[in-house]
Design a protein around this ligand. Structure first.
Ligand code: UD1
Length: 418
C-alpha cells in the first residue's frame, strides 16, 4: 500500500488549478443509465471513485468508449444487468446512486447495501422510502436491496426527514424517467444537486426548484444522452485554500467557483487570513499567526462537513480555542486522534471537538482513515516540524486528482512510496 512522506515546514506559493468535482461527476455517471446512447462528459477528474463508478457502469452493461484527457464517452445502450455487487458498493458508497436510475430504466435493481463506513452508519432508508412512494416494491435480502417496478415508477410527493445529498440525487434521477410529477421536499441544495438537475433538464426532464429545498420534477418517457462539463471541485479548492493558510503561504487557486466556497472564505477571513476573491480564482495569503474560529457543519449553504477535518487541522495551530460541531455525520472525528499524535490539543465530546491552538505540530507516522480525514493529515503534516509518513493513502486517491504533483508545484516536499 502506498505511503506519503511529507517533510513539513515549507510555505506554499504559486498557482494551483482545480479539477472537476468528484461529487458532481459520480451522479452524472449514474444518470447515464437513464439514457440510451453516447454520453459525453468533460472535466472529469482522474480519481479512484470515478474509476470505481466506471467499473460499476460497465458491469451493468454500459460500454466505456474512451476516457482520454478529462473526457469520458460512455455508451449506455446496452444496459441490461440490474445488479450492483457488494465488492463495488463496499469500496464506494456513492455506488448506491445507481439504484434510482436502474429502477427507472430496467424496472428492477439489486444493489448491495453499503453498510457502515468510517464516518458513520450512513443508512439508505430515505432513498428506499422515496422509491417506495414512487411505486417500487423493495425487499432487503441477504444484504441487498431488491427493487422492482415492472410498470415503471410514478411521481409522488416525497419528504426527506433529513437532508440527504445522494438521496435527493437518486430520487431526482428516478423521477426524471417516471410518469407524472414528483415533488421532493426538504431536498438537498448542494451545487452538485443543482448541476444534476440542470443536466437532466437538458436531457429532457422538466425540473424546477433546484437550489431550493423543494424540487419539482416532471418525468419524461425517454431522456437524451448527456453532454456536459463538470464544474470545479469546491472541496478540493477549499483544501488548497487551507493548505495556503496553514503553511503561512501565498497561493492562487485558479479554475474554481468562489461562490461555492463562501462558508470557507468567511471562516478564513474571520480567522484573520487574507482571501482575495476573483471571478474564477481565489488568492489566500496566510500570515505567521491566525485566530481561532468556531465551526458548525450543516447541509449547503452551511459549512460543508467535507471541509471539517481540514479546518480542524488549521485550528490546531490557531491562537485561542475553537469549537467544532459536526452536525451531518455522527462519527466524523477520526482525524482528531491522529492530529493529537502530532501534538495537537483536542478534546472530543460527542459531536463537538474543542481545539486549543498550539504553537507547533510535530511530524509523526499517521494513518489515513477516510478521504477528508486523510486530507487533514496532509495539511497538518505540511505545517509540522519534521517528517510525517501517512499510510493508507488510497483514501486520498479516491477524491483528489494528482494531489502530490499539485503540492510539489507549490513548493511542498512530499513524495509517494509504494
Ligand atoms: C454526500 C457526499 C459526501 C458528503 C455528504 C454530506 C457524495 C457522493 N457524497 O454523501 O461527500 O460528506 O453528502 O454533505 O455526494 N441519512 C439517513 N438516511 C438516508 C440517507 C442519509 O439518515 O437514507 C443521513 C446520513 O447518515 C447523514 C446525513 O443523512 O447523517 C447526510 O448524509 P447524505 O447527505 O446522504 O450523505 P451522502 O449523500 O452519502
Amino acid at each position: 500500500m502506498d505511503k506519503l512522506i511529507i517533510e513539513g515546514g515549507r510555505r506554499l506559493e504559486g498557482e494551483v488549478a482545480i479539477s472537476g468535482a468528484k461529487n458532481a461527476v459520480l451522479p452524472i455517471l449514474a444518470a447515464t443509465l437513464l439514457t440510451s446512447g453516447r454520453n459525453e462528459i468533460r472535466g472529469v477528474p482522474r480519481v479512484r471513485d470515478v474509476f470505481t463508478m466506471i467499473r460499476l457502469l460497465r458491469n451493468l452493461g454500459a460500454r466505456l468508449e474512451s476516457f482520454e484527457g478529462d473526457t469520458i464517452v460512455i455508451d449506455s445502450s446496452g444496459v441490461n444487468n440490474p445488479e450492483a455487487p457488494y465488492e463495488l458498493v463496499s469500496t464506494m458508497r456513492a455506488s448506491c446512486l445507481v439504484l434510482g436510475p436502474l429502477l427507472a430504466r430496467l424496472g428492477q435493481a439489486k444493489v448491495s447495501l453499503p453498510g457502515g463506513c468510517a464516518i458513520g452508519a450512513r443508512p439508505m432508508d430515505l432513498h428506499i422510502k422515496g422509491l417506495q412512494a414512487m411505486g417500487a416494491r423493495i425487499e432487503l435480502i441477504q444484504g441487498y436491496i431488491h427493487g422492482t417496478a415492472e410498470k415503471g415508477l410514478n411521481g409522488n410527493r416525497i419528504y426527506f426527514d433529513t437532508v440527504t445529498v445522494t438521496g435527493t440525487a437518486n430520487l431526482m434521477m428516478a423521477a426524471a424517467l417516471s410518469v407524472g410529477e414528483t415533488i421532493l421536499e426538504n431536498a438537498a441544495r448542494e451545487p452538485e444537486i443543482v448541476f444534476l438537475a440542470d443536466v437532466l433538464g437538458r436531457a429532457g426532464a422538466n425540473i424546477q426548484g433546484q437550489g431550493t429545498d423543494v424540487i419539482i420534477i416532471q418525468g419524461a418517457a425517454a431522456l437524451k444522452p448527456i453532454q456536459c462539463r463538470i464544474f470545479p471541485d469546491r472541496i478540493e479548492a477549499g483544501t488548497y485554500m487551507i493548505a495556503a493558510a496553514i503553511t503561512g503561504g501565498d497561493v492562487e487557486i485558479i479554475d474554481c467557483i468562489p461562490q461555492h466556497l463562501e462558508p470557507l472564505i468567511h471562516k478564513l477571513q474571520e480567522a484573520g487570513i487574507q482571501v482575495e476573491v476573483g471571478d474564477s480564482r481565489l488568492r489566500v495569503k496566510g500570515g505567521n499567526r491566525f485566530k481561532s474560529t468556531d465551526i458548525k457543519t450543516q447541509p449547503h449553504p452551511g459549512f460543508p462537513t467535507d471541509l471539517q477535518a481540514q479546518m480542524m487541522a488549521l485550528m490546531t495551530l490557531a491562537e485561542g480555542q475553537s469549537i467544532i460541531v459536526e452536525n451531518v455525520f455522527e462519527n466524523r472525528f477520526m482525524h482528531a486522534a491522529e492530529l493529537v499524535r502530532m501534538g495537537a490539543k483536542i478534546i472530543l465530546d460527542g459531536h463537538t471537538a474543542i481545539v486549543k491552538g498550539v504553537g507547533q505540530l510535530c511530524g509523526a507516522p499517521l494513518m489515513a482513515t477516510d478521504l477528508r480525514a486523510s486530507a487533514s493529515l496532509v495539511l497538518a503534516a505540511l505545517a509540522a516540524k519534521g517528517e510525517s509518513v501517512i499510510s493508507r493513502v488510497y483514501h486520498i486517491d479516491r477524491g483528489y486528482e494528482a494531489m502530490e504533483e499539485k503540492l510539489v508545484r507549490l513548493g511542498a516536499k512530499i513524495r509517494r512510496v509504494k
